[in-house]
Design a protein around this ligand. Structure first.
Ligand code: PAD
Ligand code: ZN
Length: 363
């Protein structure tokens, strides 16, 4: 099969012919329909984060089950699936207490599948998997626990976005922060994930929704996702702008959706006493955050967020239903559609802030 391989950081991906071994016990082979291009993949290309190389990145995909390995009971060939980048085992302490996004199993995979081996090869060289998925290939062998069945009338090339950006953004609002109707929300970073925080805030009934970005085009796009006010962080003082919009009251909730310690501080400073700041963005390895602890003395809360604190098998089918009933926007998130061979252009545009989300479409 064809897949895009990252051999070294700072290098473009190479689209190459790879061998993909069939599924082992409790694994499935999935023919991908599409994969979103997320900034979390870009972090590895830009060297912000480290991963065993070479690797096939990609963690936001959907497709059709082609074959299942021994012992698989959840799905069968022909089933439509969205892939979860956290394989929730259902048995670890996190899963049984309802925190499937933190499942222990994920942390055993450092470039491999759950059994510690790889299915990807180029000639004799082993190629690493990414989050047990590696959706930048025509096919993927994934853990059974990463499969999420979805209804067959939903277009797979759209619901691929429900593999990461949508549950992360919407989940950060409804699960992590538990935004209350009528509240005031600030979202710093209106990219592929930030737009989903915005639409999550609108779904949750937030009254004032302030989008912050440094690109005018991103801000304009935010209006479609429920933003009520726009702040250009490159031209305005973000904290003062929020003060003005909220008549001095400040925000109930702020979300950082970039991966910048400066923006985490900005987010914290836009919240009122008792306000909640959620860090969604992934900062570079080794980054250090300095905050004024006085903020916390006033009952403010600073929280992290993985995968929108979601339970993939409950939330993803629900998000597909919301899309199918036109209550959730997916079409408007997709700025560009590329072939796998064009994947480096998709990453360049993401890096330059030119797109909300690009998708790679297979077949
Ligand atoms: P993106 O590049 O589409 O969006 C980032 C946005 O931030 C862009 O619109 C930029 O213009 C904007 N921006 C950059 N700098 C600033 C600034 N100083 N002030 C205001 N806006 C700015 O990325 P994305 O939406 O795909 O991902 C965003 C982050 O979320 C990234 O760090 C990614 O790794 C992380 C992420 N986290 C999870 C999770 O589970 N926590 C999941 C998916 C993505
Ligand atoms: Zn992602």
């Amino acid at each position: 099969m064809k897949a895009a391989v990252l051999h070294e950081k700072f290098q473009p991906l190479k689209v190459e012919e790879l061998t993909l071994d069939g599924p082992g016990p409790k694994e499935a082979l999935v023919k991908l329909a599409a994969s979103g291009v997320c900034h979390s993949d870009l972090h590895y290309i830009k060297g912000d984060r480290e991963h065993p190389m070479p690797v096939v990145l990609g963690h936001e995909g959907a497709g059709i089950v082609e074959e299942v390995g021994p012992g698989v009971t959840y799905a069968k060939p022909g089933d439509h699936v969205v892939l979860s980048f956290v394989p929730s085992c259902g048995q670890c302490d996190y899963c049984i207490k309802g925190r499937q996004n933190l499942c222990q199993a994920r942390y055993g995979m450092q470039g491999t599948l759950l059994d510690g081996t790889t299915r990807l090869r180029k000639n004799q060289q082993e190629i690493n998997h990414f989050n047990g998925l590696s959706t930048f290939g025509e096919y993927a062998v994934v853990p059974e626990d990463s499969l999420v069945l979805v209804r067959e009338d939903a277009p797979l090339e759209k619901v691929a976005l429900i593999g990461c950006g949508v549950p992360t953004g919407v989940g950060a609002v409804i699960h992590t922060a538990k935004v209350q109707p009528g509240s005031k929300v600030v979202v710093i970073g209106a990219g592929g994930v930030g737009l989903n925080v915005l639409q999550g805030a609108a779904l949750a009934g937030a009254e004032t929704i302030i989008a912050v970005d440094i690109h005018g085009s991103k801000l304009e796009h935010s209006l479609q996702f429920g933003a009520t006010h726009l702040v250009n962080g490159a031209a305005e003082d973000v904290v003062e702008a929020v003060r003005e919009v909220t008549n001095g009251e400040m925000a109930d909730y702020a979300f950082e959706v970039i991966g910048s310690t400066m923006a985490i501080n900005q987010a914290l400073a836009t919240t009122k006493r008792g306000g909640v700041t959620v860090v969604v963005g992934v900062t570079p390895t080794g980054a250090e955050l300095t905050i004024d602890p006085d903020f916390l003395h006033q009952d403010r809360v600073l929280m992290g967020c993985t995968y929108g604190s979601c339970y993939p098998r409950a939330d993803m089918p629900m998000l597909v239903d919301l899309y199918m009933s036109r209550k959730l926007k997916l079409d408007e998130l997709i700025s560009r559609t590329f072939k796998l061979e064009e994947i480096n252009t998709a990453f360049d545009l993401l890096d330059q802030g030119e797109v909300a989300r690009s998708i790679i479409r297979y077949g």
